[in-house]
Design a binder for this molecule. Structure first.
Ligand code: NAD
Length: 379
């Protein structure tokens, strides 16, 4: 088996290290930066604290964007970068802030709209401004990936763009930034970590270094996600769980960025686009289903993965995924949406996303139809 591995992102991990943005920028001889952050971090003062700590290096703040950022919001950010002559970008936020920042830091180098590269075969030029990523959820792993997931609301399309220029130069992972994440968002983002790890492992593009990362990340999620998502009386336990989930998030990012995700991510896109189900919850909805479909694929390596996690077999791992979702209060079906034949057909059609073809077992429309009908509770 031939495989390649490279990982270009420098990682700084640890509580309280968010203030190191200044050192990082200075070491790269960068002086005029734009901060991409969510409106909530502007309101609660976190953005201003970072600006203050930057000693004048962060001159502009861009926060006019929504979760699952739209291509028009990326273009608006690129315009702000150019208008203020910024030479680097800092992203403080979850996957939405980081993905918008990645795309803006690239598209600002050319006179085009990011929409021309979204869901098309057109390759983005490699030139880009340096990006420093500070994730505040645990998470998407976007801080170490070359992926930016964007939405074109006008066309009803959500899809990833992959570009080598999207790798952040530096990821500063400060677990303290995640303490304020509400339980439901913690649950959703944590299940995204688990989906990335498991899908990275069984992807057709799997390879040994990413396999080791996948196993490590999945173990941490099964051990720590429920604790991180609860408001715990035992503060030390809670803080440890937050730190371990941040570790899981980066390592799951490394686990999937080269092999790519598969079936659950493919199905998540219509679930988010059409029904507003948050990304991680949408991925988790079908993860146990595909764990059963894939259990005997690839000469038994999914079974081995499950055993290495401490389960009797892949089917027991699927049961544990289902139980974890239920314990976190996440949806385990689509019954509340009262879906009919037309909606099921639409879900099947839009699930036929390129990621579906990375799944180790070929997924037919009939299989998708049966899965969505079962989730919807219709015959
Ligand atoms: P998000 O960035 O959309 O944030 C979800 C919500 O949590 C927002 O309302 C945000 O304001 C809030 N939030 C974030 N951090 C917080 C904090 N510390 N305290 C309180 N509230 C906080 O959610 P996400 O799950 O991190 O990112 C989802 C996006 O990332 C989706 O678009 C998904 O498709 C994409 N994604 C990208 C990659 C990648 O490799 N680029 C991988 C997986 C998912």
């Amino acid at each position: 088996m031939n495989w390649d591995y490279a990982q270009p992102v420098a990682i700084r991990f640890g509580k309280g290290r968010a203030t190191e943005v200044n050192d990082v920028a200075a070491s790269m001889e960068l002086h005029n930066g734009l901060l991409v952050t969510t409106p909530s971090f502007v309101r609660n003062g976190q953005a201003q604290r970072l600006v203050d700590a930057s000693n004048g290096m962060l001159t502009t703040v861009f926060s006019q964007f929504s979760p699952n950022p739209d291509v028009t919001e990326v273009d608006a950010c690129a315009t702000a970068i150019k208008a203020n002559g910024c030479e680097f970008v800092v992203a403080l936020g979850g996957g939405s802030a980081m993905d918008l920042a990645k795309a803006a830091a690239s598209i600002c180098m050319v006179d085009e709209s990011i929409a021309q590269y979204h869901g098309t075969d057109k390759t983005l030029p490699g030139e880009h401004l340096p990006l420093i990523a500070l994730p505040t959820t645990a998470g998407t792993g976007s801080e170490v990936t070359c992926v930016s997931v964007l939405t074109n609301r006008a066309l009803g399309k959500k899809a990833p763009i992959v570009s080598d220029g999207f790798y952040p130069s530096v990821a500063i992972v400060d677990p303290e930034l995640t303490y304020s994440v509400p339980p439901y968002v913690t649950a959703c983002t944590g299940m995204d970590v688990l989906s990335q790890a498991i899908e990275g492992f069984w992807s057709k593009g799997h390879q040994p270094i990413c396999d080791a990362c996948a196993l490590h990340a999945a173990k941490l999620v099964f051990q720590y996600l429920l604790i991180a998502a609860a408001h715990h009386d035992d503060e030390a336990t809670y803080i440890e769980a937050r730190e371990k989930m941040c570790e899981a998030s980066i390592i799951a990012g490394l686990a999937f960025t080269l092999p790519k995700t598969t079936s659950s991510h493919a199905c998540s896109f219509p679930l988010t686009n059409l029904y507003g189900i948050p990304h991680g919850e949408a991925c988790a909805l079908t993860l146990d289903y595909f764990a059963r479909i894939n259990q005997d694929a690839q000469g038994g390596r999914v079974q081995e993965f499950a055993r290495a996690l401490g389960f009797a077999n892949a089917s027991a791992m699927a049961d544990a995924i289902y139980k974890l979702k239920a314990s976190l209060g996440l949806r385990t079906d689509l019954r509340d949406l009262s879906l009919g034949d037309e909606q099921i057909a639409e879900l099947v059609r839009i699930s036929r996303h390129p990621n579906l073809y990375n799944n180790p077992v070929e997924i037919s429309d009939d299989m998708l139809d049966a899965m969505y009908r079962s989730l919807a509770g219709i015959g």
